[in-house]
Design a protein around this ligand. Structure first.
Ligand code: REL
Length: 868
């Protein structure tokens, strides 16, 4: 843990063995800013005598002042005492005061630094960093101060919310009704606690496909005065993001919503909170075409109407140029579609390059040059601080000079144009997309890594599109987010991370995990990943039930990773209906697993305190029970048990009614829609459920004893001589513990050099006979770091390794089945010279390959969904 004194003291690295105890210990270390038994030199923020007085100097940035108000309200939430606010060092601010300020913009901070009472040198030129320090006798007559000093305004804001989190206010306390535990004494441990800079410079979310949740809820329940997702809703979202240490939003953009800039107040609110606005891959220059392009659609054409399109863009840049924004460059169609106009890829590339130049000229003309700019004034190496620590070394994004942030998202067809040679200006951040299903499509080459604009990632936790959408529940396991985003970061994607979070609810866990990684990439590793959920549930629900809730969520992710609840049909839209490929035994096991899970969550529900029930329903109960019922409905229907299927269907309707009507007294009315929502975009959605006419034909299980099946996690792993290794990643894959080659940056290893230099997995396998058998390797449907195929090598004993290659067919039918099934199977013919025990070796010659399971067919293997 490199960047925060608090995190550095975490026992997290040791947490290989998971237990509830370990989780709780971690949690208390995490919140060590707050001390449970205050000593004489700690800082009393509030107790029964009252609360410390906040001092904000005149001229404090309004966004900082606003966050201070939130912190004061949070202190009141916890302690029932309201801290006063003053604008000078009046006697009322003695003996204890809280000073929140931005280094370099505060005469009080300057005084503390000049008198060597607080070393703030490491904040100079740092991005979004902050110090929380208890300073004794800071000013004449003041006994002690709690100083929250930011390197910039967001640094100071994050500092406020860091204190809020430490005193027990969950970032989700409003958005998921997480109760705030009461405490009569709030004391901050004496010392200097340092945080930042973040690993990723711009970190945020894209509200997308809001039609079935956020929009109806905002329009009818939360913000009827606007009748839309407007300033009041955005204000709540911005606050949440700041609590999660994020800074960027791509706003909602579907036809059901007016453009973000339709309401002038929206951008003012973003500014008032200190949020950076961007826009998606289909909305260059902060323009929402669906709502704002009022000319005929065919005129959104850069070949025939360059002047018109430029005018349209210029209007927005002129209007918004004084606000902090990331400008998306390039051009696609009106919505999520191909650009119209150019007829060939070569013409598209030429057009896009011209578009870049023209858009950049508009930015140069209208954007205030200092907006969003970091002055790369790295602290000098001797800027050691009073506690001997420095804030994290500056990440690469801070070592280069920096202008108006601009990005180019190589989404869908645009990545193909980039691969064909499209030139993106060097200082523009190239944002790689995932394939909409959580697997990142591209990684920068060594040559590209020199670009000053660097790279980013646009990642889906929710998706509307082909081959099938997933908009209802949020089921991408944190382990997959970790594997993909960690790999992307290692390959230089540190400038912009945006997660498509759909309606935001119920994607709370995924959103937070993604943003935690973006803030501190070192916080989670393959070693401690399994502690994320216990830690998170302990924070949200307290230690008593944390490990049971985490274990339920783990199982929820495991089962739904095997097949998402929105993909419970095995035919694609407009294609003939076909039965699921699960064997009868697999169906039975799946239904039993969901029934057990459901029983656990029902029991737990009765144990939650009344004040926890709304949060529990939203964060745990609804997704778990919902996915259980969706599986019951589908598979019981397929098995011909129509009554059971109908009962599950009715259960789903009722569960969703409760979400909308009862939870938190109706606060979330309109937020939850059962999948499939309606006929809109039906060609990308599962079908509305009706019981099938007849039961499916029986699908027998593979007969026992004729095959060999090995879970990837049960192989022995032998690192290469250089330390490259197949590493177990807990909770990853369909079988719980997949393995991948780490570090993620290792160059491909030649097959000829595999034995000497590649890491290998090894397992003793007993073959009943000699012969040639098919080996099936179940891989996660990741994309290779380079090239078009996933590669690894297999050997038996000391025989030379044989190459196994799996072409991923990015976007094709095999890719589609792969992402829906969350697996791809690579095959190899394996010659076994004689019966008996052999060492099966799997060489990792390429990073990015994630192995889940190995099956050897000895002759009698029959098809199944998960493999034997
Ligand atoms: O996920 C995406 O980025 C795209 O699919 C979206 O831009 C688009 O709005 C999609 O939701 C459907 O049209």
């Amino acid at each position: 843990m490199s960047h925060a004194m608090i995190r550095a003291s975490l026992p997290i690295r040791l947490a290989l063995v998971l237990s509830a105890l370990a989780c709780i210990e971690q949690l208390s270390a995490q919140t060590a800013l707050l001390t449970p038994s205050p000593r004489a030199d700690d800082f009393i923020l509030a107790n029964q005598q009252g609360a410390a007085v906040f001092v904000l100097e005149p001229g404090t940035d309004p966004a900082v002042a606003r966050a201070v108000d939130d912190l004061r309200a949070d202190i009141e939430r916890v302690s029932n005492v309201v801290p006063a606010l003053r604008h000078e060092l009046s006697p009322a601010a003695r003996p204890a005061l809280v000073l929140v300020a931005v280094a370099g913009k505060s005469s009080l901070l300057d005084r503390l630094a000049a008198e060597k009472k607080l070393d703030l040198r490491a904040l100079v030129g740092a991005w979004e960093s902050f110090v929380i320090a208890v300073v004794h006798t800071p000013f004449p007559g003041v006994e002690r101060a709690l100083v929250i000093a930011g390197s910039d305004r967001r640094g100071a804001i994050y500092g406020c919310y860091e204190v809020s989190a430490a005193i027990g206010v969950s970032p989700w306390h409003w958005w998921a009704d997480v109760p705030v535990p009461k405490r009569s004494t709030l004391a901050i441990a004496t010392g200097t606690h340092r945080f930042g800079p973040p690993s990723v410079k711009y970190r945020g979310v894209f509200l997308n496909d809001e039609d079935w949740g956020l929009q109806p809820w905002a329009a009818k329940t939360f913000e009827p005065e606007t009748g839309d997702i407007g300033p009041k809703t955005y204000a709540k979202l911005f606050e949440l993001l700041l609590r999660l240490k994020a800074n960027t939003v791509w706003p909602a953009m579907h036809p059901t919503t007016r453009a973000f800039n339709h309401y002038p107040r929206n951008k003012e609110v973003a500014d008032a909170y200190g949020i950076v606005m961007g826009s998606s891959h289909a909305e260059p220059m902060l323009r929402n075409n669906v709502d704002e392009w009022t000319a005929p659609k065919e005129d959104y054409n850069y070949v025939t109407n360059r002047e018109g399109v430029l005018r349209y863009w210029e209007e927005r840049v002129a209007e918004n140029g004084r606000y902090e924004a990331i400008y998306t460059l390039g051009m696609r169609g009106i919505h999520d579609s191909n650009m119209v106009g150019p007829k060939t890829d070569a013409e598209r590339i030429r057009t896009l390059e011209r578009v870049f130049a023209d858009q950049r000229a508009l930015i140069a003309r209208h954007v205030r040059p200092e907006v969003g700019r970091v002055i790369p004034n790295a602290p000098s190496p001797d800027a050691a601080t009073d506690d001997g620590r420095r804030i994290r070394d500056n990440p690469p994004y801070l070592t280069r000079s920096d202008g108006t942030p601009q990005m180019f998202c190589a989404y869908k067809e645009v990545l193909d144009l980039y691969r064909q040679g499209l030139r993106v200006p060097d200082d523009v951040t190239i944002v790689w997309p995932d394939d909409n299903f959580g697997y990142i499509r591209n990684f920068a080459t060594a040559a590209e890594r020199g670009r000053s604009g660097g790279f980013g990632i646009y990642y889906h936790l929710s998706y509307l599109g082909r081959p099938l959408s997933y908009l209802w529940l949020s089921t991408t396991p944190p382990a997959l987010v970790w594997e993909e985003m960690h790999k992307a970061y290692q390959h230089g994607a540190d400038r912009i991370w945006i997660a498509n979070v759909g309606d935001l609810k119920p994607a709370e866990i995924g959103t937070e995990f993604f943003l935690q990684m973006a803030w501190d990439i070192d916080r989670w590793s393959a070693d401690n990943l399994a502690t994320f959920l216990p830690e998170w549930t302990a924070r949200e629900f307290g230690p008593q039930h944390a490990s049971e809730i985490a274990s339920i969520l783990d199982e929820y992710y495991r089962l739904n990773f095997q097949r998402r609840p929105e993909h419970l049909q095995w035919w694609l839209p407009k294609q003939p209906r076909r039965a699921s490929p699960l064997t009868d035994g697999e169906v039975q096991a799946r239904l039993e697993a969901f029934a057990r899970l459901r029983a656990r969550v029902e029991t737990l529900r009765t144990h939650m305190r009344p004040d926890q029930r709304d949060a529990f329903f939203q964060l745990v109960y609804y997704p778990v029970a919902g996915s259980a019922l969706a599986n019951q409905r589908f598979f019981e229907g397929e098995r011909g048990n129509k009554d059971a299927a109908r009962a599950a269907d009715a259960g789903l309707v009722e569960l969703t009614r409760v979400y909308n009507e009862q939870i938190a007294g109706g606060k979330w009315r309109g937020m939850m829609t059962l999948e499939p929502a309606d006929k809109q975009w039906a060609s990308m959605r599962i079908e509305a459920w009706t019981p099938p006419d007849s039961a499916r034909a029986p699908v027998p299980d593979p007969p026992p004893g004729t095959f060999i099946a090995i879970e990837a996690g049960s192989f022995a792993s032998h690192p290469s001589p250089t330390g490259v290794t197949w590493m177990r990643v807990p909770r990853l894959g369909r079988t719980r513990e997949a393995v991948t080659v780490l570090p993620a940056t290792v160059a491909d290893i030649d097959l000829a050099a595999a034995e000497a230099s590649a890491p290998r997995l090894e397992h003793a396998v007993n073959f009943p006979a000699a012969g040639e058998f098919t080996l099936q390797a179940y891989l996660l449907p990741t994309h290779p770091i380079s090239g078009t195929a996933l590669r690894f090598a297999v050997a038996l004993d000391d025989a030379p390794p044989q190459l196994v290659t799996l072409e991923i067919g990015d976007g094709g039918p095999e890719w589609a089945q792969g992402v829906l099934n969350a697996t791809r199977v690579a095959r190899l013919r394996l010659a076994v010279p004689q019966a008996g025990e052999h060492a099966l070796k799997i060489y990792g010659i390429q990073t990015g390959v994630v192995l889940d399971k190995v099956v050897i067919d000895l002759g009698g293997l029959t098809p199944s969904y998960l493999g034997p």
